[in-house]
Design a binder for this molecule. Sequence first.
Ligand SMILES: [Fe+2]
Length: 296
Amino acid sequence: MTLSIHSAGREFAGEVRDIDLRRPMSQADVAAIEAGMDCYAVLIFRDQPISDDQQMTFTKNFGRIENAQGGTITKDDEYRLKDGMIDVSNLDKNGQPLDRNDRRRMFNLGNRLWHSDSSYRAVPAKYSLLSGRVVAAQGGNTEFADMRAAYDALEPQMRAVVEDLICEHSLIYSRGSMGFTELTEAERAMFKPVRQRLVRTHPVTGRKSLFLSSHIGAIVGWPIPEARDLIRDLIEHATQREFVYAHTWRQHDLVIWDNRQTMHRVRRFDESQPRDMRRTTVAGDRMTVEQTAAGQ
Ligand SMILES: [Fe+2]
């Protein structure tokens, strides 16, 4: 049977049916999913009880798995999952929910801010694939916002303002905006800001989108408060309900999103209960703008 893609209630979210992600993909399947991603930007696969290895094998159909280093304060010996898997759960190495004041939990709360995965890397991510192994009984939705539609809806004057702007992205900024500022020197060095264009063009469809993220803390050449005011304004614009799809997780859902065309955030849930979500990330293949010699 060939896979089929159906609208999932918002024009940029599709549901893929008639596919088993545990099995090897044909070239035609991979091409159909890529084409679906270019068209929709978020794809949902229901009832996919996959293992970590199966998730990584499936992910590699779309490119190289991104190196996770530099994206977390969790130390190597605290890590719960194998190399290549990103732990987006609320669990420690022993499968227990993290304590309220655990530094890792406080850092991870940054995922509740609208963001694009790895926008703080010089080469930002292509796709993220998130598998719901144990989902929250209530809450814990992941919301997605369509940055193409947000760009298209800008007033012409605002388009002219944003067109050539370069932003600085860092985990220091997103965590700092939540009051989490206690970073070590090594962490600060690891989270050194990178530059990204504010308006980017999709390499396949040629559509423009706003490359927004809570990791943005500055705009090159702008006073900081003015930059943050504009970014807040744009994020508010881009996350109006008409641009947002809220995904209510069922166990064994797998959701893929294109970080080049969307932002996302997770919503509140009962953190005394396990929520085991596992991500793989497909690395991007280009910078949106050259970095300076200093890496900024
Ligand atoms: Fe994320």
